[in-house]
Design a protein around this ligand. Structure first.
Ligand code: ADQ
Length: 470
């Protein structure tokens, strides 16, 4: 069996039984136990001078390898090109995207540093899997250093439409590096189609009959492969004593009112401002229901070194304060706005206590909160998921109440629909959603991608007859 080398901006070592971890970390750790191998990335630490010294750690059968980066690297690569150029642009926020050559140079330099450092660790039979927008050119850098291994890349965020991506200086050069991989994966057909469109119409790539995309000497197989959560773990978390305790706490403090919950990193792509506006619309249009509900918005700050994130934080504080000031009564506050992270079992208890999960990003590669909310529900009395049409998850989760997050009126209508939804309909919709969340979980996602990368899906197809291409 080939070893698997996973490379991403950050890595997450196993944390033992008590340490709660995200689904992605769990999936990679499971894959690394199965295939052996290494998970490589930035430690999150800063060093005075980059030396390429690797810090290996082995825990619970998983080897992680991390390096420190210089301050300039962190500024230009991470806070710069990754989070001030690519992130906003790929989330359709060209108004927030900053194009600076220094950022692009720093991004390229860090990718070269990653390649220099990891190259000696890669053995001929290893399979390399690179993650996300921080590392797009890494595959090409590894090829330049003589790496002939099977290599895959997965993008966790949306792929922007062609005309939008064209506004990125040197976009063609960046996208050309994607052809160094054998397989590239996106969450949805929509992002995949946008990638194909750019490759064909801006770069002159051609599509072969088997679906591969050809550019010059290189060819790449591009697939849609939607990520899921660790569903079993989350269902268990929702039934844990800590979750039950949280559930009771929330129910007590709700005092008979219906709770609407939002859980997001504090990021402009998550549509928090629009969500508050939609909720305010509901309060204005339905005064009779006002004191029957409240919104709990949990939004831990992220990327605090980037100015746009500092701004959105201030805006939301102002907006929640204004709405609370305008509508609160002595015994009721419309929005509880909380800026902290919670352990996963606590989160599961909060989701379960919420009558509505309000997940309304303006644009999102997938969105795992929508899936976590569904997994945490009581099957006999589930809540209702309100989901943005512009989250990748909407393509799989059509039984949610789907909304356009830019329309405050649609959001208000959706809240009314969800609050009045009869139990049988809630159960029917929840069952359909849960089927998807159970079937296409994070372990399914990981296996599907690595099967394609290893060519095992083709072997299976040959044995059992043709299956529909992804
Ligand atoms: P994110 O933009 O981080 O991920 P999302 O998919 O929703 O968005 O995942 C967020 C995770 O953080 C969830 O597991 C959630 O539980 C957790 N989280 C959020 N707030 C929390 C809090 N207050 N306390 C504890 N945990 C909290 C990127 C892309 C997504 C894509 C994922 C995976 O932007 O579109 O779905 O990667 O590919």
């Amino acid at each position: 069996m080939n070893r698997l080398i996973v490379i991403s901006n950050r890595v997450s070592a196993p944390k033992g039984q008590s340490g709660a971890q995200g689904g992605l970390a769990v999936a990679f750790q499971a894959a690394l136990r199965e295939y052996r191998g290494i998970w490589f990335g930035w430690s999150g630490e800063q060093t005075d001078e980059f030396t390429g010294q690797i810090n290996f750690q082995r825990s619970e059968g998983v080897t992680t390898a991390t390096i420190d980066l210089e301050e300039q690297d962190i500024d230009e690569y991470y806070n710069g090109y990754a989070n001030r150029t690519l992130w906003p642009l790929f989330h359709y926020r060209i108004d927030l995207a900053e194009f600076e050559r220094g950022f692009a140079d720093g991004y390229q330099r860090v990718n070269e540093r990653f390649a220099d450092t990891i190259r000696p660790l890669i053995e001929p039979a290893d399979v390399v899997w690179v993650q996300d927008y921080h590392m797009i050119p890494l595959g090409a850098e590894l090829r330049k250093r003589g790496c002939r291994n099977r290599m895959g890349f997965f993008l966790h965020i949306p792929w922007p439409p062609r005309r939008l991506l064209s506004s990125l200086p040197r976009a063609i050069e960046l996208v050309a590096t994607m052809f160094a991989y054998d397989v590239v994966g996106f969450h949805t057909e929509e992002w995949l189609e946008a990638f194909r469109d750019f490759a064909v119409h801006e770069m002159g790539a051609t599509l072969a009959e088997d679906g591969t995309i050809h550019l010059g000497e290189r060819q790449v197989r591009a697939i849609a492969c939607p990520i899921g959560i660790d569903t079993r773990e989350f269902v268990e978390a929702a039934a844990s004593p800590a979750a039950r305790l949280t559930y009771r706490r929330m129910r007590d403090s709700a005092d008979g009112r219906d709770m609407i919950v939002g859980v997001d990193r504090l990021d402009y792509s998550k549509g928090l401002e629009e969500r508050f506006n939609g909720y305010e619309r509901f309060l204005i249009d339905h005064p009779e229901q006002r004191k029957e509900v409240f919104l709990l918005q949990i939004a831990p700050p992220s990327r605090g070194d980037v100015e746009t994130y500092q701004r959105i934080r201030l805006q939301l504080e102002g907006l929640s304060g204004r709405i609370n000031g305008a509508y609160a009564d002595i015994d009721w506050v419309p929005i509880r706005y909380v800026n902290q992270g919670f352990p996963r079992h606590v989160l599961a208890g909060i989701y379960r206590a919420a009558r509505i999960g309000l997940v309304t990003p303006l644009r999102d590669g997938m969105n795992l909160v929508a899936k976590e909310y569904v997994a945490a529900q009581d099957p006999e009395d589930p809540g209702v998921l309100i989901l943005s049409r512009f989250a990748g998850a909407a393509l799989q989760m059509s039984e949610a109440v789907l909304v356009n997050p830019y329309s405050a009126e649609e959001m208000s209508d959706a809240i009314v629909t969800a609050l009045g939804m009869p139990k049988e309909e809630r159960i029917r919709r929840w069952r359909a959603l849960m089927d998807v969340v159970e079937r296409e979980d994070v372990l399914w996602w990981r296996r599907r991608f690595t099967d394609v990368l290893l060519g095992e899906d083709v072997a299976a197809e040959a044995e059992s007859g043709p299956v529909q291409a992804g």
